[in-house]
Design a protein around this ligand. Structure first.
Ligand SMILES: Nc1ncnc2c1ncn2[C@@H]1O[C@H](COP(=O)(O)OP(=O)(O)OP(=O)(O)O)[C@@H](O)[C@H]1O
Length: 480
């Protein structure tokens, strides 16, 4: 070869090629640049690369290589490479929109003539990144005008587990959906980009998030079929839960060791949505497997009640000492009596090797969101208003206005409150929710919840926040 020119010929070496094609014999010499001829054998699978026109030079360049795609697996085409020809067709005067169909229609041997981006060594794709996330929002690239290449996008639903394989670009990450047979990555908005969009949305719509703990009847102490709770001051020992934009939650696979307690199940939702009913029915369906906490109260014990069964009956002084000592997850006062759920009562149920079902205010979730409890937070949300009206037409709820009547039917205002309260909870605490159950038709909601909770016991691995899987032990000092 004449000096100063270095026409190189590369062929794909990886196993996706059924057979290597013969090398092209009409390679023209280029005067200045180092030209690379790449011959790939292309099946139905797309090349897995995006192209764009370089603004300054006007050249067609490879914009992005999708991890796991044919181009990536070949290790021969790189981001920044200038595309001169595809199967002998000059790219110079073509737009990216004209080139894409040429590439898509190519079958079998496809020859690319490229000017390689300087400084890139020929290498196969790096080891896969082991970064897994749970998506906290739905994404459809077909509806996203901002995505640089719609065909390269990966759509997903809230709750899907994604493996992030490339974060080199600040705005568009590459990811695969866990469990998909297709290992080719697609483009998804980066965390940064999603946060930016969400903050713009908030400015445009003017949504601000009301504090949790909106109208809600006092549920503490409602066990089995008994009810008797009316509106009360209800306090959570730990306020908090700053608004977070739902983007991605880093997760890790988890398989329960049989010596460990079962994961706590926290039911969260707006007042009247059906948390108590779902909890009660789960308990009835399998009382050996599910358990609920016994609350504390300062009210007088009734004749038929037994201490430690319906309630732990304690004095006001003891209860207030327990408040000071942070023994309660939640407590409240109703008609001059305290009611509260202690942390110890949760430990007790878990200690019996049962799944502890607890319905709490969303701001209490934070306190239980620990390695010890590994809670599965179930958000129970109302259906659309028409279905809500229809499904609740015979239902009653605890009266909060009229003290002479214990129960009342749902009003239109109750439905609207329920829906807006659910939206606010989802906006503020959605990042903590692992499951979402829409409680329209009760039987359907109950069956879905039971099936999902069974999966928690049987499906391995489960995906839990990555910080719960670190094995750093606290309080491990020992006296010697
Ligand atoms: N899917 C449903 N269809 C019809 N009625 C329902 C449904 N879910 C719950 N209910 C009824 O709605 C009423 C309120 O439900 P429940 O007491 O379980 O709500 P809650 O979420 O615990 O509310 P609160 O926080 O006010 O105690 C009950 O009478 C219950 O039987």
């Amino acid at each position: 070869q004449p000096s100063g020119r270095s026409n190189q010929i590369f062929v794909a070496q990886k196993g996706y090629d059924p057979e290597l094609p013969p090398l092209p014999d009409n390679i023209e010499e280029e005067d200045e640049d180092s030209v690379k001829i790449i011959s790939l054998f292309k099946s139905q699978e797309p090349l897995g690369a995006t192209i764009k026109r370089d603004e300054s030079t006007g050249a067609i360049v490879v914009a992005r290589i999708m991890r796991g795609g044919a181009a990536d697996r070949s290790g021969l085409i790189h981001e920044g490479d200038e595309l001169r020809e595809v199967n002998g067709v000059q790219m110079e005067d073509k737009t990216p929109e004209e080139i894409i169909p040429i590439m898509a229609q190519s079958q079998g041997e496809v020859t690319f003539k490229v000017i390689p981006v300087p400084g890139i060594k020929e290498e196969l794709s790096a080891n896969e990144t082991m970064l897994f996330v749970r998506s906290l929002f739905d994404y459809n690239p077909e509806e996203d005008p901002a995505i640089p290449c719609r065909q390269a996008g990966l759509g997903f639903k809230r709750g899907d587990i994604l493996q992030i394989v490339n974060q080199e670009d600040d705005t568009w990450w590459q990811a695969c959906r866990h469990g998909d047979s297709n290992s080719r990555a697609g483009l998804i908005p980066s965390r940064q980009l999603q946060e930016r969009w969400a903050s713009i949305d908030r400015c445009v719509t003017g949504i601000s998030f009301p504090a949790a703990g909106l109208r809600r009847s006092f549920r503490l102490g409602r066990r089995g079929g008994r009810s008797g709770n009316v509106e009360s001051k209800r306090k959570s020992q730990e306020m908090g839960g700053a608004t977070q934009t739902p983007t991605y939650l880093e997760v890790a696979p988890y398989c329960r060791d049989h010596k460990e307690g079962r994961r706590l199940v926290l039911l969260v939702g707006p007042s009247g949505v059906g948390l108590s009913e779902l909890k009660r029915r789960l308990l009835l369906s399998d009382p050996d497997h599910y358990g609920v906490t016994v609350p504390h109260t300062t009210r007088e014990k009734r004749k038929q009640e037994k201490d430690g069964v319906e309630y732990h009956f304690v004095s006001r002084q003891t209860f207030e000492m327990d408040i000071v000592n942070h023994k309660f997850l939640e407590y409240g006062e109703h008609r001059g009596n305290y009611y509260g759920t202690s942390l110890e009562s949760v430990h007790k149920v878990i200690g019996e090797d049962k799944v502890c079902l607890l319905d709490v205010q969303p701001n209490t979730v934070q306190r239980l969101h620990t390695t010890e409890f590994k809670p599965c937070v179930v958000f129970v949300k109302p259906p659309l208003i028409q279905e809500l009206r229809f499904s609740r037409r015979k239902a009653t709820l605890i009266s909060t206005q009229d003290m002479t009547k214990l129960t009342k039917t749902f009003s239109e205002e109750d439905f609207e409150d329920m829906i807006s309260s659910a939206e606010a909870m989802d906006s503020q605490y959605g990042h903590l929710f692992e499951m979402v159950v829409v409680n329209g038709d009760f039987a359907m909601a109950f069956n879905k919840l039971r099936a999902e909770l069974e999966k928690l016991e049987t499906e391995a691995p489960q995906w839990i926040p990555v910080e719960w899987t670190s094995h750093t032990k606290q309080n491990t000092e020992s006296v010697c």
